[in-house]
Write a protein that binds this ligand. Structure first.
Ligand SMILES: CC(C)(COP(=O)(O)OP(=O)(O)OC[C@H]1O[C@@H](n2cnc3c(N)ncnc32)[C@H](O)[C@@H]1OP(=O)(O)O)[C@@H](O)C(=O)NCCC(=O)NCCS
Length: 208
Protein backbone atom coordinates (compact mmCIF):
# COMPACT_ATOMS: atom_id res chain seq x y z
CA UNK A 1 0.00 0.00 0.00
CA UNK A 2 1.31 3.43 -0.88
CA UNK A 3 2.36 5.46 2.13
CA UNK A 4 1.32 9.05 2.62
CA UNK A 5 3.70 11.94 2.55
CA UNK A 6 3.39 15.68 2.68
CA UNK A 7 5.21 16.65 -0.53
CA UNK A 8 3.15 18.00 -3.38
CA UNK A 9 -0.12 17.15 -1.65
CA UNK A 10 0.26 20.10 0.65
CA UNK A 11 -1.78 22.98 -0.76
CA UNK A 12 -1.98 26.46 0.64
CA UNK A 13 -5.38 28.07 0.85
CA UNK A 14 -6.33 31.52 1.84
CA UNK A 15 -9.68 31.81 3.45
CA UNK A 16 -11.78 34.44 5.05
CA UNK A 17 -15.38 35.33 5.59
CA UNK A 18 -17.27 34.97 2.37
CA UNK A 19 -19.40 37.69 0.87
CA UNK A 20 -23.16 37.24 0.85
CA UNK A 21 -24.62 35.17 -1.94
CA UNK A 22 -22.04 32.38 -2.07
CA UNK A 23 -22.65 29.07 -0.40
CA UNK A 24 -21.42 25.50 -0.37
CA UNK A 25 -24.47 24.57 -2.37
CA UNK A 26 -23.37 26.87 -5.17
CA UNK A 27 -19.94 25.23 -5.18
CA UNK A 28 -20.24 22.14 -7.34
CA UNK A 29 -16.55 21.38 -6.80
CA UNK A 30 -17.54 20.26 -3.30
CA UNK A 31 -21.24 19.47 -3.26
CA UNK A 32 -23.55 17.76 -3.91
CA UNK A 33 -22.09 14.37 -3.05
CA UNK A 34 -23.23 12.97 -6.34
CA UNK A 35 -21.56 10.52 -8.73
CA UNK A 36 -21.94 12.89 -11.65
CA UNK A 37 -20.62 15.91 -9.84
CA UNK A 38 -17.52 17.27 -11.55
CA UNK A 39 -14.20 16.26 -10.06
CA UNK A 40 -13.47 18.60 -7.18
CA UNK A 41 -10.30 20.60 -7.47
CA UNK A 42 -8.32 21.68 -4.46
CA UNK A 43 -5.94 24.44 -5.24
CA UNK A 44 -5.04 27.86 -3.96
CA UNK A 45 -8.00 30.12 -4.64
CA UNK A 46 -7.98 33.85 -5.05
CA UNK A 47 -9.99 36.06 -2.72
CA UNK A 48 -12.26 36.98 -5.63
CA UNK A 49 -13.00 33.35 -6.39
CA UNK A 50 -13.92 32.73 -2.78
CA UNK A 51 -15.96 35.90 -2.52
CA UNK A 52 -13.98 36.76 0.59
CA UNK A 53 -15.05 39.81 2.48
CA UNK A 54 -12.46 40.11 5.23
CA UNK A 55 -8.77 39.50 5.85
CA UNK A 56 -7.85 36.03 4.63
CA UNK A 57 -6.54 33.30 6.89
CA UNK A 58 -3.75 31.17 5.44
CA UNK A 59 -3.92 27.47 6.00
CA UNK A 60 -2.57 24.33 4.42
CA UNK A 61 -4.19 21.01 3.77
CA UNK A 62 -1.89 18.01 3.91
CA UNK A 63 -2.18 14.27 4.54
CA UNK A 64 -2.69 13.19 8.12
CA UNK A 65 0.34 11.29 9.38
CA UNK A 66 0.40 9.00 12.38
CA UNK A 67 2.96 11.34 13.92
CA UNK A 68 0.09 13.88 14.09
CA UNK A 69 -1.88 11.55 16.33
CA UNK A 70 -1.57 13.38 19.66
CA UNK A 71 -2.45 16.71 18.05
CA UNK A 72 -5.49 15.43 16.15
CA UNK A 73 -6.69 13.44 19.13
CA UNK A 74 -6.64 16.64 21.20
CA UNK A 75 -8.64 18.38 18.46
CA UNK A 76 -11.18 15.55 18.37
CA UNK A 77 -11.48 15.57 22.18
CA UNK A 78 -12.31 19.26 22.10
CA UNK A 79 -14.83 18.96 19.26
CA UNK A 80 -18.40 18.91 20.46
CA UNK A 81 -20.54 16.31 18.76
CA UNK A 82 -17.65 13.89 18.27
CA UNK A 83 -17.74 10.56 20.07
CA UNK A 84 -14.38 8.90 20.60
CA UNK A 85 -14.09 5.17 21.17
CA UNK A 86 -11.36 2.59 21.63
CA UNK A 87 -11.28 2.48 17.80
CA UNK A 88 -9.63 5.90 18.01
CA UNK A 89 -6.56 4.69 19.87
CA UNK A 90 -3.22 5.25 18.18
CA UNK A 91 -2.71 1.75 16.75
CA UNK A 92 -6.27 1.73 15.34
CA UNK A 93 -5.74 5.07 13.62
CA UNK A 94 -2.36 3.90 12.30
CA UNK A 95 -4.10 0.91 10.68
CA UNK A 96 -6.84 3.17 9.30
CA UNK A 97 -4.29 5.54 7.69
CA UNK A 98 -2.35 2.65 6.19
CA UNK A 99 -5.53 1.22 4.71
CA UNK A 100 -6.84 4.51 3.33
CA UNK A 101 -3.98 6.42 1.69
CA UNK A 102 -4.90 9.83 0.30
CA UNK A 103 -8.19 10.01 2.21
CA UNK A 104 -7.26 11.47 5.60
CA UNK A 105 -6.12 15.06 5.93
CA UNK A 106 -5.34 17.85 8.33
CA UNK A 107 -5.53 21.61 7.99
CA UNK A 108 -2.69 23.56 9.54
CA UNK A 109 -2.18 27.20 10.36
CA UNK A 110 1.46 28.14 10.89
CA UNK A 111 2.27 24.47 11.24
CA UNK A 112 -0.33 23.82 13.95
CA UNK A 113 -3.21 21.43 13.26
CA UNK A 114 -6.57 23.21 13.32
CA UNK A 115 -8.70 20.80 11.30
CA UNK A 116 -8.97 17.16 10.36
CA UNK A 117 -10.95 14.65 8.37
CA UNK A 118 -10.81 10.88 8.09
CA UNK A 119 -12.29 8.86 5.27
CA UNK A 120 -12.20 5.22 4.29
CA UNK A 121 -14.01 2.99 1.84
CA UNK A 122 -14.72 -0.67 1.24
CA UNK A 123 -14.44 -0.51 -2.55
CA UNK A 124 -18.09 0.45 -2.88
CA UNK A 125 -19.10 3.05 -0.30
CA UNK A 126 -17.02 5.56 1.60
CA UNK A 127 -17.53 6.83 5.13
CA UNK A 128 -16.30 10.25 6.14
CA UNK A 129 -15.51 10.68 9.84
CA UNK A 130 -13.95 13.03 12.34
CA UNK A 131 -14.46 16.23 10.39
CA UNK A 132 -13.44 18.85 12.92
CA UNK A 133 -12.19 22.40 12.86
CA UNK A 134 -10.89 24.15 15.96
CA UNK A 135 -13.40 26.66 17.32
CA UNK A 136 -11.22 29.73 16.71
CA UNK A 137 -10.74 28.80 13.05
CA UNK A 138 -14.29 27.95 12.03
CA UNK A 139 -16.32 29.70 9.34
CA UNK A 140 -13.23 30.35 7.21
CA UNK A 141 -13.82 27.57 4.70
CA UNK A 142 -11.46 25.04 6.28
CA UNK A 143 -14.18 22.40 6.73
CA UNK A 144 -15.20 22.84 3.11
CA UNK A 145 -11.59 22.54 1.90
CA UNK A 146 -11.10 19.32 3.87
CA UNK A 147 -14.27 17.84 2.35
CA UNK A 148 -13.18 18.90 -1.14
CA UNK A 149 -9.87 17.13 -0.67
CA UNK A 150 -11.62 13.93 0.38
CA UNK A 151 -14.11 14.04 -2.49
CA UNK A 152 -11.31 14.59 -5.01
CA UNK A 153 -9.47 11.54 -3.68
CA UNK A 154 -12.64 9.42 -3.69
CA UNK A 155 -13.32 10.40 -7.25
CA UNK A 156 -9.80 9.33 -8.23
CA UNK A 157 -10.32 6.02 -6.45
CA UNK A 158 -13.59 5.38 -8.29
CA UNK A 159 -15.91 5.76 -5.32
CA UNK A 160 -19.24 7.43 -5.99
CA UNK A 161 -20.97 7.75 -2.65
CA UNK A 162 -19.86 8.76 0.78
CA UNK A 163 -21.83 8.36 4.00
CA UNK A 164 -21.51 10.68 6.95
CA UNK A 165 -22.82 9.58 10.33
CA UNK A 166 -23.83 12.46 12.56
CA UNK A 167 -25.09 11.91 16.10
CA UNK A 168 -28.74 12.84 16.59
CA UNK A 169 -27.85 15.28 19.35
CA UNK A 170 -25.28 17.12 17.20
CA UNK A 171 -27.71 19.76 15.95
CA UNK A 172 -24.93 22.01 14.59
CA UNK A 173 -23.30 19.11 12.75
CA UNK A 174 -26.64 18.08 11.22
CA UNK A 175 -27.24 21.66 10.17
CA UNK A 176 -23.77 21.91 8.64
CA UNK A 177 -24.37 18.91 6.38
CA UNK A 178 -27.89 20.07 5.50
CA UNK A 179 -26.47 23.47 4.59
CA UNK A 180 -23.81 21.70 2.52
CA UNK A 181 -26.54 20.06 0.46
CA UNK A 182 -25.77 16.51 1.57
CA UNK A 183 -28.81 14.27 1.15
CA UNK A 184 -30.36 12.97 4.36
CA UNK A 185 -30.92 9.25 3.85
CA UNK A 186 -33.33 7.77 6.35
CA UNK A 187 -32.90 4.04 6.67
CA UNK A 188 -35.28 2.00 8.77
CA UNK A 189 -32.64 0.01 10.59
CA UNK A 190 -30.65 -0.41 13.76
CA UNK A 191 -26.91 -0.93 13.81
CA UNK A 192 -25.59 -4.02 15.54
CA UNK A 193 -21.92 -4.34 16.30
CA UNK A 194 -19.94 -7.45 17.07
CA UNK A 195 -16.43 -7.48 18.48
CA UNK A 196 -13.87 -9.53 16.61
CA UNK A 197 -12.55 -12.10 19.10
CA UNK A 198 -8.97 -11.43 20.13
CA UNK A 199 -8.16 -15.13 19.88
CA UNK A 200 -9.92 -18.32 18.73
CA UNK A 201 -10.36 -19.35 22.37
CA UNK A 202 -12.34 -16.21 23.20
CA UNK A 203 -14.65 -16.53 20.18
CA UNK A 204 -18.32 -16.22 21.15
CA UNK A 205 -20.60 -19.17 20.43
CA UNK A 206 -23.06 -18.11 17.78
CA UNK A 207 -26.25 -20.13 17.64
CA UNK A 208 -26.65 -22.14 14.45
C1 LIG B 1 -18.78 21.33 11.27
C2 LIG B 1 -17.42 22.01 11.20
C3 LIG B 1 -16.36 20.98 10.80
C4 LIG B 1 -17.46 23.14 10.16
O1 LIG B 1 -16.15 23.64 9.95
P1 LIG B 1 -15.91 25.10 9.34
O2 LIG B 1 -14.48 25.22 8.98
O3 LIG B 1 -16.45 26.13 10.26
O4 LIG B 1 -16.81 25.06 8.03
P2 LIG B 1 -16.69 26.07 6.78
O5 LIG B 1 -16.16 27.38 7.23
O6 LIG B 1 -15.94 25.38 5.69
O7 LIG B 1 -18.19 26.25 6.39
C5 LIG B 1 -18.66 25.96 5.12
C6 LIG B 1 -20.11 26.44 5.07
O8 LIG B 1 -20.89 25.81 6.09
C7 LIG B 1 -21.47 26.81 6.92
N1 LIG B 1 -21.49 26.31 8.28
C8 LIG B 1 -20.44 26.11 9.10
N2 LIG B 1 -20.88 25.60 10.27
C9 LIG B 1 -22.22 25.50 10.17
C10 LIG B 1 -23.24 25.03 11.03
N3 LIG B 1 -22.96 24.58 12.25
N4 LIG B 1 -24.52 25.06 10.59
C11 LIG B 1 -24.82 25.51 9.36
N5 LIG B 1 -23.88 25.95 8.47
C12 LIG B 1 -22.60 25.94 8.89
C13 LIG B 1 -20.59 28.03 6.76
O9 LIG B 1 -21.28 29.20 7.08
C14 LIG B 1 -20.28 27.93 5.30
O10 LIG B 1 -21.43 28.32 4.59
P3 LIG B 1 -21.36 29.15 3.24
O11 LIG B 1 -20.54 28.31 2.29
O12 LIG B 1 -22.79 29.27 2.83
O13 LIG B 1 -20.72 30.45 3.60
C15 LIG B 1 -17.03 22.61 12.59
O14 LIG B 1 -18.08 23.45 13.03
C16 LIG B 1 -16.77 21.57 13.66
O15 LIG B 1 -15.63 21.13 13.84
N6 LIG B 1 -17.79 21.16 14.44
C17 LIG B 1 -17.64 20.18 15.52
C18 LIG B 1 -17.48 18.76 14.98
C19 LIG B 1 -18.65 18.35 14.12
O16 LIG B 1 -19.81 18.53 14.49
N7 LIG B 1 -18.35 17.81 12.92
C20 LIG B 1 -19.40 17.49 11.93
C21 LIG B 1 -20.05 16.20 12.19
S1 LIG B 1 -19.27 14.91 11.26
Amino acid sequence: MVGMGVGPDAVTHRAGKRAKGTSLRSRPEVFPLHPDAPAPKVRPASRTECGLASEPMSYKIRPLLISDYEEVYRLWSQSEGMTLEDDDERDRIALYLKRNPGLCHVATVQGRIVGSVLCGHDGRRAVLRHLAVEKGHRKHGIGRALIAKVLAALREQGIRKCNIYVMDYNAAGLEFWRHAGARLVVYDWRTFQISVPASPASAPTLQA
